[in-house]
Design a protein around this ligand. Structure first.
Ligand code: URA
Length: 433
């Protein structure tokens, strides 16, 4: 929608400055984000600017101003009515990444409040809301008043972000998606941090994924993204740290909505795959330290059922039945090991694409997802397997989906001879201000 007010700047000058590797002046940054949100700057102009930023980067203070302008495009949540210290986590997205599900109730069980605004999945990585929506009755949309009330009563909320939170990012992210400009580090960092800072949590832990199943394929790029986001968060007054964590192989043994909820419940019951437990505990310790509760013992709260109690209350508060049976896909296909040896590689991207093709993910944001679809891993890297032994189960409502999922998995794992194979570290590095 165009406006009749006189505009103080024009988009072509802003684009030309960045095209010529200049620094965009503060007032022009504020204007271009606001004018784009109002529809005065056109999509094709913002595309050109996004591409110029991808190619030429942004200075740190320029990016801080850009992020501030994105936050100012919408409302900032007011958490002043929350009586506990607030702390949140954001993951840059991976395969089998269900960590938010046990993590939020765990951290709440130890005295902090976790205000987690989440999204739905697009592409090969799943979305937390899609996972929780596989629980019968659970609803993702809460009013601001319900959000604050639940933070006080239960201590943890996972719900959908409203349209008022950083609307400039919603528009710009959709544009980047179709113009080859998603991968720009300044644009990823400002996109994530504008939403997280607007959410109003006092502390934030970033789980920056590295590897084949992640946005960032190399530790160098992941470190640059982590440092950029930590700097933005710190400058905005949010206590921010980041962990770089491995995403070359899926987390845990499941990728798919209800399958991942079931695995998260196992972790909350004191069991579950060791890598999911390890990362949940590591991130909980960081979130609690950021909230000023450094001596809490997250592993104990998982083992003794305190986190499970909060999970049940959190699900029930949003209409869900924590005791209801989870949806199960109608068909199953078992993929067997073609050789005997050690499973030396199981590629996260291949498993993510397979789960997506089975129906767990969506290609367009309005597509439905299948709650029961996905992949169950029956072996993880480092384990000995025998030819003919089941390696993975594929779950789908429609058996026609198996062929394309199997294509995605072709070449997605290696079985070798290696003696002395050791699991690479899950937490690679910590980045703080
Ligand atoms: N997630 C976001 O919210 N924004 C990006 O740009 C990339 C991942």
């Amino acid at each position: 929608m165009s406006s009749s007010r006189a505009e103080p700047f024009d988009a072509i000058s802003v684009i030309s400055t960045k095209r010529d590797r200049g620094r965009i002046p503060d007032e022009q940054i504020d204007w271009v984000i606001d004018a784009y949100t109002r529809g005065v700057v056109a999509d094709e102009q913002m595309s050109a600017l996004a591409m110029a930023i991808l190619l030429n980067g942004m200075a740190p203070d320029e990016l801080a101003r850009w992020t501030r302008a994105m936050i100012a495009s919408g409302e900032r949540l007011d958490l002043s009515g929350v009586r506990r210290p607030t702390t949140d986590k954001h993951s840059t997205g991976g395969v089998g990444d269900k960590i938010t599900l046990p993590l939020a109730p765990l951290v709440a069980a130890l005295g902090a409040a976790v205000p987690q605004l989440s999204g739905r999945g697009l592409g090969h990585t799943g979305g937390t809301l899609d996972k929780l929506e596989s629980i019968p009755g659970w609803r993702a949309n809460l009013s601001n008043a319900e959000f604050v009330a639940q933070l006080n009563s239960v201590g943890a909320v996972i719900c959908a972000a409203g349209d008022e939170l950083a609307p400039a990012d919603r528009k710009l992210y959709a544009l980047r998606d179709v113009t080859g400009t998603v991968e720009a580090i300044p644009l990823i960092a400002s996109s994530i941090m504008s939403k997280k800072i607007a959410e109003g949590s006092a502390a934030l832990v970033l789980d920056v994924k590295v590897g084949t199943g992640a946005f960032m394929k190399t530790p160098e790029d992941a470190r640059r993204l982590a440092e950029t986001m930590v700097e933005l968060g710190t400058a905005a007054g949010t206590h921010t740290v980041a962990l770089l964590t491995d995403m070359n192989t899926p987390l845990g043994l499941t990728a798919g909505n209800a399958l991942e909820v079931a695995e998260a419940v196992e972790v909350l019951a004191g069991g579950g795959p060791p890598d999911v437990v390890e990362l949940t505990v590591a991130l909980a310790a960081e979130m609690l330290a950021g909230a000023g509760i450094p001596d809490a013992d997250p592993a104990a709260a998982l083992a003794d059922g305190r986190a499970m109690d909060v999970w049940r209350a959190m699900i029930a508060a949003q209409g869900g039945d924590p005791d209801a049976a989870l949806p199960v896909a109608r068909d199953k296909h078992v993929l067997t090991a073609p050789a005997t040896g050690v499973l030396t590689r199981l590629d996260a991207y291949a498993v993510g694409v397979a789960a997506w093709r089975l129906g767990a993910g969506r290609a367009r944001k309005e597509d439905p997802v299948s709650a029961g679809a996905g992949v169950v891993l029956l072996a993880k890297p480092g384990e000995q397997v025998r030819a003919g032994q089941p390696l993975m189960e594929l779950h789908a409502d429609d058996p026609d989906r198996f062929a394309r999922a199997l294509e995605a998995l072709d070449g997605g794992f290696d079985i070798g001879e290696q003696a002395g194979w050791s699991t690479p570290p899950l937490v690679i590095e910590r980045v703080s201000a």
